[in-house]
Design a protein around this ligand. Structure first.
Ligand code: NAP
Length: 490
């Protein structure tokens, strides 16, 4: 097989944190032949799509931002969505990535042409392009999950998902029914409740909610970070260490988690007067099994006289309300679905075919898996950012993305510097890796008696990384060539 001696071409799918971060690092490393395909009309991923009121990041931005592109003047510890979105757009402009970006371009599928060692990528508008590397950076939380509730389509009023917020709907004075009490709901319910005539929260399971240590950064602090970047790096490090400590509580040192649980119970007793409401808010599963939420106004919102928390299961949606299993119809003018994302589908609906026409979604029928969450046997030169088993129960996904970015840049470097035409992870390496992590995950808090978007119905943890983020960083420093079957150029 021969390939011209040029810089490898890289096609990145998705212009969120992962896609933008990778493009910057590839450019820095001298690899300029990059195309970023983005189905949306703007960059920003989840920070473009989610516009619900009250959206802030639940990881402090000194850690939830690119370490190689620090922003010194974050307005506060947990900044609002618009500030994070603006940061990503600034990164794109600062690194001159606009020319590499094709907005409004959705990938339908891609096939690996083994004879030429290249990916042939098709877009939904009928375009085709080729690249040596295909890197998906589509995230785990980009496709809303719409629940299969009978009668949902018969609802007469406006109905929308939290990730597709309909800002044309004026909620003032309306009876709002909100389904879901997860990380999104905990942020928009406190914003919606004061406006609404009445808000009914349909909560299937309660969550552990801990206080949010938020505060604005003062002007002098921002100046200090700009003047002494090491101070900001130290702040980043402290936040990172705190999350690594949390991971300890979710994995090897579970009694720590029980201490937090006791603290939560005391807080509920102290802050909530109504014993019935208290009971509704205490989870019956261990801390960390579902994502731990942070909020300072969740309890006070749920205590408002115009808010009711309904834990009776939803039986159906009617044209003017929500019917629960006990036969009560809860009247509603507007229905908000804070019901999460189809996080376990990973690269779907893209049809990715690797060697011998093998279909990735078919290979993942029993639950997605990859080597280091990055690469799948039979799909050479395909890398995934935020792929299977790289989500965290606690920590910054941007930190994980940076580990993955480093690995992909090194893979591109391998092609550029050696006679390697493509690299395909050995099936036994992938199997061994997955056996090991599944053994560790079987013992983790995520299999501790709750349902969550981390775990399949059959009980396989497909989304989360079992260890510290530092372990992941160490293991993804560079591709070990012995892990791969390598095809070489003439
Ligand atoms: P989520 O955590 O998956 O929560 C979905 C909620 O909908 C849960 O309360 C779930 O109940 C409920 N639900 C789902 N289907 C239902 C049905 N058929 N009937 C009744 N209730 C139903 O989704 P999310 O809140 O959008 O958050 C997803 C993830 O996005 C988070 O874990 C986090 O990683 C990320 N996120 C981050 C931020 C941030 O940084 N600021 C904000 C939002 C989200 P069960 O719990 O019983 O399943």
């Amino acid at each position: 097989m021969s390939r011209p001696e040029t810089s490898p071409t890289v096609c990145i799918v998705g212009a969120g944190f992962g896609g933008i971060g990778l493009a910057i690092r590839l450019k820095d490393a001298g690899f300029d032949a990059i195309t970023i395909l983005e189905k949306g009309g703007d960059v920003g991923g989840v920070w473009r799509d989610n516009t619900y009121p009250g959206l802030t990041c639940d990881v402090p931005s000194h850690l939830y931002s690119l370490s190689f592109e620090p922003k010194h003047d974050w307005s506060r510890r947990f900044p609002q969505r618009a500030e994070i979105h603006a940061y990503l757009r600034e990164c794109v402009d600062r690194y001159g990535l606009r020319g590499r970006l094709r907005l409004g371009t959705e990938v339908e599928g891609a096939d690996f042409d083994e004879a030429r060692g290249r990916w042939l990528i098709r877009t939904t508008d009928g375009d085709e392009l080729e690249a040596d590397f295909l890197v998906s950076a589509t995230g785990q939380l980009s496709r809303p999950h719409y629940p299969a509730i009978p009668g949902l389509e018969d609802f007469a009023g406006p109905c929308f998902h939290s990730a597709r917020w309909n800002h044309d709907v004026d909620l003032a004075g309306k009876r709002v029914a909100a389904v879901g009490a997860g990380a999104s709901a905990v942020q928009y319910i406190p914003e919606v409740a004061p406006e609404a005539d009445h808000l009914t929260l349909f909560q299937r399971s309660p969550n552990w909610v801990i206080p949010k240590p938020d505060r604005p950064y003062r002007r002098w602090q921002q100046r200090l970070f700009a003047r002494f970047p090491r101070l900001q790096a130290a702040s980043r490090m402290l936040v990172w260490l705190r999350f690594e400590f949390f991971i300890l509580a979710f994995s090897r040192f579970r009694p720590l988690g029980r201490l937090y649980e006791r603290g939560y119970r005391r807080r509920v007793e102290r802050e909530i007067a109504d014993p019935e409401l208290r009971d509704k808010l205490i989870p019956d599963y261990p801390l960390g099994c579902k994502r731990v939420l942070i909020s300072n106004d969740w309890f006070s919102t749920l205590e408002r006289p115009n808010v009711s928390v309904v834990t009776e299961p939803i039986a159906a949606v009617r044209s003017h309300g929500v019917l629960t299993a006990d036969g009560t119809e809860h009247p509603a003018d507007v229905l908000i679905l804070g019901t999460g994302f189809t996080a376990k589908d990973f690269l779907a609906p893209m049809a990715i075919r690797g060697r011998d026409g093998r279909d990735l979604n078919e290979a993942w029928r029993e639950g997605a898996e990859a080597y280091l969450g990055l690469t799948v046997s039979g799909f050479p030169n395909l890398f995934m950012l935020y792929g299977p088993n790289t989500n965290l129960g606690a920590g910054s996904i941007v930190y994980m993305l940076e580990s993955q970015i480093q690995y992909v840049v090194e893979a591109v470097r391998t092609l550029a510097r050696t006679r390697v035409a493509f690299m395909d992870v050995r099936p036994e390496v992938q199997s061994k890796f997955n056996e090991d992590i599944q053994t560790r995950l079987a013992d983790s808090v995520w299999t501790g008696g709750c349902t969550s978007w981390y775990v399949t119905e059959s009980g396989k943890v497909t989304n989360n990384w079992p260890g510290f983020t530092s372990e992941y960083r160490r293991r993804t420093r560079r591709p070990e060539l012995g892990d791969f079957r390598l095809a070489t150029r003439r």
